[in-house]
Write a protein that binds this ligand. Structure first.
Ligand code: GLN
Length: 542
């Protein structure tokens, strides 16, 4: 049976609990342990798939097709362990399962209650689908004190009792604010937050205190005293230059040692050379390159979390710092001259997106990239818009559009009504539910010899993660190829275009999947490595 580490958060949200969990998992891995990370989200949506990215941030998609919280992206990037559908749960999912069982009559006449039925379902989730891990790290979303997270806290409290301290550890992440007027760091919010946790029966074993300034020993002692934990278990989580420094920084502060001590395991030196290499590379790049992300959800960069990280990884592979310019595509629709700003960037990326708003601006940016020979990477929606650009401007199909926006004269991008998963045929219609019904998760794709995609991947067959409802219509392939576009990647049945490129352009690639979801600092994705390299080349030419 694994050891369980439960991570809660207090004082305020956005403390980087997810990153902390991911960094701790990486540190335990560096000590030779096998880890799995899980996220328990207290909101009522069944999954984040239907939420706006500007509210909730990116929806991270797993290989097995689950739409999950963006923290699972951090988990994968830091540990390389691929997350599964069973690694993220929400209150909505728990309740819908409990209620389905109640309707089936599974509870044999019992009155269904939060305790024990909902808490039992949470405990069952935490303890199922393991693979001989040494540690299962469960992050509880939200902030202690929220009404909605109470059933989760109650469930982990019960597990702490049932399994005992030698198998469970509670780690609480808090904030130590700096009050500029007084010139002081304040520990009171942390004390109150721990009290709140104690009031639901949980005594934290370790505190991870986020702070911008080093904490004097005296203050650390005060926190330990008032929060009823040993001083060495008050770990400082200092702000660092980039997120890949977090494992090294938390290790220096003793986080993993404290966990090891808690479980009475031998304190052997972890191998952190890989993290040191990544951090050094990021701190000392040889060059810098500017890439524009032309999208719709640019007001919240968390909407494109994995994308930003994948570009950082592409930078690591090329010893370059990637500077991202976030541009709202609607700007190019409102101001004719605004597009000229793209002359200053060395690469243009149109990411995934939904809905008509801003789509014409994206098409304009793509035309600009094509005409001015600026490297272009189009992801999902960004591929669909690239195909529309070629169709309208080069293939003599001015009426080409996407059925996502209504009924275009030429439905070049259309609703997918049928596709296969293994031996199963998936069917959809325009009145299907919105939640969980897209083409989701990993699908194979065959690459055509002699293409840029084939060269970058160095493989003839690849697997990438998808999240889309619409698809470029293969029936227009001949017209598009006559207009200079190559279909370099197709689904194995040849029906679904997965990758398009333009051989007449220095670097122009559109992909129907989301390569950013699989990129890792230790294993940068070939498309991002290639795109950053091409953008660096462009910046040298200017
Ligand atoms: N809205 C498009 C579709 O559903 C693209 C989705 C995406 O970019 N993830 O096909």
């Amino acid at each position: 049976m694994p050891r369980y580490l439960f991570i809660t958060g207090g004082v305020v949200s956005s403390l980087g609990k997810g990153l902390g969990a991911a960094a701790l998992a990486a540190l335990l891995q560096a000590r030779g342990y096998k880890v799995r990370l899980r996220k328990l989200d207290p909101y009522l949506n069944v999954d984040p798939g239907t939420m706006s990215p500007t509210q909730h941030g990116e929806v991270f998609v797993t290989d097995d097709g689950a739409e999950t919280d963006l923290d699972l992206g951090h988990y994968e990037r830091f540990t390389g362990v691929h997350a599964r559908r069973t690694d993220n749960i929400t209150t909505g999912r728990i309740y819908s399962d409990v209620l389905a069982r109640e309707r089936r009559g599974d509870y044999l006449g019992a009155t269904i209650q939060v305790i024990p039925h909902v808490t039992d379902a949470i405990k069952a989730f935490i303890q199922s689908n393991h693979d001989d891990e040494d540690f299962v790290i469960c992050e509880i979303g939200g902030t202690v004190g929220d009404i909605e997270s109470l059933p989760f806290l109650e469930a982990i409290r019960q597990l702490g009792n049932e399994l005992g301290r030698e198998q469970t550890c509670f780690l609480h992440v808090t904030l130590i604010p700096f009050i500029a007027a007084a010139g002081e760091l304040k520990t009171k919010p942390t004390q109150h937050s721990v009290k709140e946790l104690q009031s639901v029966g949980i005594q934290p074993d370790i505190l991870l205190c986020r702070t911008e300034h080093p904490l004097p020993d005296e203050q650390r002692g005060k926190i330990a005293l008032f929060c009823n934990i040993r001083p060495s278990a008050v770990i400082l989580g200092m702000d660092v230059g980039n997120i890949y420094e977090v494992p090294l920084s938390y290790h220096d502060q003793g986080l993993d040692r404290e966990v090891i001590r808690h479980f009475n395991l031998p304190d052997e030196k972890p191998d952190l050379s890989g993290w040191a290499r990544i951090s050094d590379g990021l701190a000392n790049p040889d060059s810098e390159v500017t890439i524009a992300i032309v999208g719709k959800y640019t007001s919240l960069q968390d909407s494109y979390k994995s994308l930003g990280e994948a570009l950082v990884h592409g930078g690591i592979a090329n010893n370059a710092k990637v500077r991202i310019e976030w541009i709202d595509s609607e700007l190019f629709e409102k101001e004719e001259a605004a597009i000229e700003a793209l002359h200053h960037v060395s690469g243009i990326l149109v990411p995934g997106g939904f809905g008509e708003r801003g789509s014409e601006g994206k098409i304009r940016a793509i035309e600009f990239a094509r005409v001015h020979r600026i490297p272009y990477l189009g992801i999902c929606f960004g591929m669909q818009m690239a195909v529309l650009e070629t169709a309208r401007n080069l293939a003599g199909l001015p009426g080409a559009g996407s059925s996502e926006f209504g009924e275009p004269e030429i439905p070049l991008v259309g609703l997918m009504t049928e596709w296969t998963v293994g031996n199963e045929t998936m069917q959809r219609s325009s009145d299907s539910d919105l939640g969980g019904t897209m083409r989701l998760g990993a699908y194979p794709c065959l690459l055509k010899d002699g293409t840029l995609a084939r060269e970058l991947y160095e493989a003839a067959e690849i697997s990438e993660r998808h999240r889309h409802r619409y698809e470029v219509n293969i029936a227009y392939r001949d017209s598009l190829e006559a207009a200079g576009m190559t279909f370099s990647g197709l689904s194995p049945d040849g029906m679904l275009p997965e990758i398009v490129e333009r051989p007449d352009h220095p670097w122009f690639v559109g992909v129907q999947f989301h390569p950013e979801l699989k990129s890792k600092p230790f294993d940068p994705h070939p498309l991002f490595t290639g795109f950053v390299a091409a953008s660096m080349e462009k910046s040298r030419l200017v």
